[in-house]
Write a new protein. Structure first.
Length: 156
């Protein structure tokens, strides 16, 4: 499988945030920057971020794909009700954790690091028995990007 140069570059952000963020929680803000930039980018280029620039997606393609059993993803993973349920679950947890952070920048950075760690663990658990990118079928960021890109269609 040939990987995009962008994936070979972006894959290094995953260990930076997941491992480095354990020692320096402010690295979690890299996630915030990526999410903000690529959410705007999604308006023009749909889920380009997911396929070519997502550090986790690069990891799933380059590393996990080698050990994945590549079984089909359950149909309900792709259903809007499931995708939006996961989105709102993650957003609720995020908002509650942010409220409880007391505005502490280190704690907030750590919240984003922990989200990255949890979602990476989930993506590995799902990606071994299923297709390596099983997580991507209902990733909250991808779900939101789909919605943002659909706004452009409605505007035209």
């Amino acid at each position: 499988m040939k990987y995009k140069t962008s994936q070979l570059i972006m894959i290094w952000f995953l260990p930076l945030i997941v491992i480095g963020g354990l020692f320096y929680p402010l690295l979690g803000y890299i996630m915030v920057g990526f999410m903000a930039f690529f959410l705007v980018f999604a308006y023009f280029n749909k889920r380009y971020w997911c396929w070519y620039l997502c550090p986790r997606g690069a990891f799933l393609d380059i590393v996990l794909n080698k050990i994945s059993l590549r079984k089909p993803v359950p149909k309900f993973f792709t259903q809007p009700w499931f995708r939006w349920s996961i989105f709102w679950l993650f957003m609720t947890i995020l908002v509650l954790r942010l409220i409880h952070s007391g505005g502490d920048l280190l704690i907030i950075g750590g919240i984003f690091v922990s989200i990255c760690i949890i979602t990476t663990i989930l993506s590995i658990i799902l990606g071994i028995p299923l297709k390596s990118r099983a997580w991507c079928t209902f990733c909250p960021m991808g779900t939101l990007q789909d919605k943002v890109s659909s706004l452009k269609k409605k505007a035209h």
